[in-house]
Design a protein around this ligand. Sequence first.
Ligand code: SF4
Length: 452
Amino acid sequence: MAGRFHLVTLGCPKNAVDSDKIAAALGADGLVPTDDVHAADIVVVNTCAFIEDARRESVDTILALADVKADDARLVVTGCMAERYGDELADALPEADAVIGFEGAGTIAGAITPVILSRRRGVAADAPVGVRDLLELPRAAPSAPWAYLKVAEGCDRACAFCAIPSFRGKQRSRTPDSIVTEARALVEGGARELVLVAQDLAWYGRDAGEVGALAPLLRRLDRELAADGLARVRLLYLYPSEVKDPLVSTMLELDTVVPYFDLSLQHAARGLLARMARWGSGDRFLDAISSIRAQAPDAAFRSSFIVGFPGETEADHDELLAFLDAAALDWAGLFPYSPEEGTAAVELDGTVPGALVAERIRECEERQTAITQAARDALCADAAALSVLVDGEADGQAVGRTHREAPEIDGVVFVEVADGDPTPAPGTIVDAVATEALGPDLYARVVAGVTR
Ligand code: SF4
């Protein structure tokens, strides 16, 4: 009988892609997925090690799964924590039968299968073992009308707060052919929106000597897949120095690329950004945003910010508040600085007390929530025309997203149809008008008979 695996994914969209590939590799090895942890022969936890909270969540999840899995089921820990802490993690977590990083020789299935076999033999598996980079593995068919597509792994930068390059390595970009092949399979499997991800997306291709390779990749996806059903391409994680032409002009020109700018800004105070070893300043960011808005008034913007980085002064904080007001981003994530072992920032002085960090985050969030709400309310006041990609159904009502909402991160749009009309199916794109805002979510009424 084929073994059954239960896969739990934590962390960011890039991890979700890895999980897709792990699932496909296990499937190719004869294992079948199960949502029921009690029924699984093998439980795989794809962990996140980004910051302390994420690590705690990963460990809590591993321990909780160890408690509820079948007694003879094997527990495998993979992902960023396995990559970053390998042996140390295996020692600290005897509940895990194997700790599997991403980089060694072999394949994920090749690494996990012995774990299952060892259970059958009643022998503990060796840990940790390594698996080769997941980038080129095939992946499972999409379970929604959208899918993440990872175009590169690793990062060439050295932001002072970030440990990712230390365990994910330097950037390795996939070839355009490899990406288009995977994109085609996803579109044929029902994906209408592809969300391109990488640690540093706009840097795509540099490691292969191809500066500015993202724009030609977008053109190729548009040219080769739009006729087959690809309706949207969305880009996540753009380092701000790269948000310029020809990338911006290409994004705004192509029908398939949504005008959604996920800018990785981190702060607005120039001096603090320099301490973070990051490019830019609030003024430069505002210039870029204004320039895009002048060309595309409907463009949507998201960013994330670190609050309480060592040395953040009251003046820096005020600068961030002023920036949030001036930029009027559609969405913003605000995160407390987390000291990460092995990063330059842990050597810096000027620790900001936790209570002050919490207070600053609260102020920023109050500001941003009001800005987000005002933008959502304005869409309803204007009865804005929306093009909604239906993702699925909630309580009998279609729910989807426009170009303004990235999946799993931003708000959603609930789609109302006239009495007696069928609920639009997942993957359908409907024209609608915004009627009501409820926090970050919108309600919209379908314009009769227009679906594609
Ligand atoms: S760009 Fe900076 S924050 Fe992003 S992954 Fe690279 S080093 Fe980390």
